[in-house]
Ligand binder design. Structure first.
Ligand SMILES: *Cc1c(COP(=O)(O)O)cnc(C)c1O
Length: 384
């Protein structure tokens, strides 16, 4: 009887034992933090290791990047000082005259950057309607569209966009597909396996999971000229993390699988509970059958629908803001993906161009007990 070796370990196995970064000098299980910015040469003036200067890379970035590439099944990954720094590096590969296609509803700061470069650099931008399933094929321009950018599920109304279909459309027109998969980490969705060329994660959110590191991860299906350019942008502009933040992120990532599972179970319970509630006009959650893109979500979110829920309340803007501040187990704050539940009146933080309804409340569900969260929300809804 031979050993039964699994060639394709599951995500939880990769996250726990596959994330190993044992120090070869001491055997330390927790990897050391290399604070050094520069690395010495030997007697022949040759570099002693692969490291030169920390703007180009350090062992602590490598630990995260190796793990991130494995999780998404990409050829390489790079860590950035924030999610936005990673997004900017991807968009820096565009030239004037190129066209980019992106959803009308998406992470608003990324869209703001797209608007900025389209005004300043002659890059054309088309924002497509996420409710139209043919929107990409209708708006793509063969030979001119260079990036089809999607986010799924879209923030903050959580419609899903079909990654497989978007990849087919993009590649047919000579463009690449970039997927912002912050909301759906590889625990549940693997965009590269569905045809995406580049996957982006704001690692500030579920990857780190503890609201204490700002970081971005970009993963590529294959190393090529475009990838070299993205890496070069980071090397030249220095949008890198400090080694300690990289170390914290690597530690946080090890529990991504169990956190995401718990969070998804909680969120589904909360979303279902408020679906038929008189003071709630509508519940947005990819895991609800009432969601018009639930079929897409079911197909590509294989292991949980995540922790992001939005409610439309039968209330005005002021009542909504008060509601958000009156909850006991939800902290009124922006961002998402931590172990603690957060609540946000989204229209208050987005830009004036924002299409977000004034009565929309966004929740990032954490790992508290779902029944406590439900009781808290019920009490605040009654008081409306
Ligand atoms: C937060 C977020 C970003 C930006 O990441 P930062 O780490 O805040 O720079 C991009 N996309 C989505 C979906 C996000 O939630």
């Amino acid at each position: 009887m031979g050993f039964n070796v699994r060639n394709n370990p599951s995500i939880n196995t990769i996250l726990a034992s596959g994330a190993k970064a044992i120090d070869p000098h001491t055997g330390a299980i927790a990897p050391p933090i290399h604070l050094s910015t520069n690395f010495a040469r030997d007697d022949d003036y040759e570099l002693i290791s692969d490291y030169v200067y920390s703007r180009y890379g350090t062992p602590n970035y490598d630990n995260v990047e190796r793990l991130a590439a494995k999780l998404d099944n990409g050829e390489d990954a790079k860590l950035f000082s924030s999610g936005m720094a990673g997004i900017v590096a991807i968009l820096e590969t565009l030239n004037s005259g190129d066209h980019i296609l992106a959803p009308s509803i998406m992470y608003f700061v990324a869209q703001e950057w797209m608007r900025y470069i389209s005004k300043k650099r002659g890059i054309e931008l088309t924002l497509f309607d996420v409710n139209d399933r043919d929107a990409i094929s209708k708006n793509i321009i063969k030979g001119k569209t260079k990036i089809v950018w999607i986010e799924t599920a879209v923030n903050p109304t959580w419609q899903s966009i079909d990654i497989e279909q978007a990849a087919i459309q993009a590649q047919k027109a000579g463009a690449i597909l970039v997927v912002d998969s912050t909301i759906a980490p590889p625990v549940t969705t693997k965009p590269i396996e569905l045809g995406a060329d580049i996957v982006f994660h704001s690692a500030t959110k579920y990857y780190n999971g503890h609201c204490d590191v700002l970081a971005g991860v970009v993963v590529t299906k294959e190393t090529n000229k475009r990838w070299d350019e993205i890496v070069r942008v980071r090397e030249l502009n220095g949008s890198v993390l400090g080694p300690f933040e990289a170390w914290l992120l690597h530690r946080g990532m090890k529990t991504l699988g169990i956190r995401y599972k718990e969070i998804s179970n909680n969120a589904l319970k909360v979303a279902k509970h408020f679906e038929k509630y008189t003071k709630v006009e509508r519940v947005f959650y990819p895991g609800l059958e009432s969601n018009e893109t639930h079929d897409i979500a079911k197909k590509q979110m294989k292991n949980g629908f995540g922790g992001m829920i939005s409610l439309l309340l039968r209330a005005n803007q002021n009542q909504c803001r008060k509601f958000a501040s009156s909850l006991e187990h939800f902290t009124p704050a922006t961002s998402l993906g931590g172990v603690e539940s957060l609540v946000e009146h989204r229209a208050s933080v987005e830009s004036p161009e924002s299409l977000v309804p004034k009565n929309l409340i966004r929740f990032s569900i954490g790992i508290e007990d779902a029944d406590d969260l439900i009781a808290d929300l019920e009490k605040a809804l009654e008081a409306l």
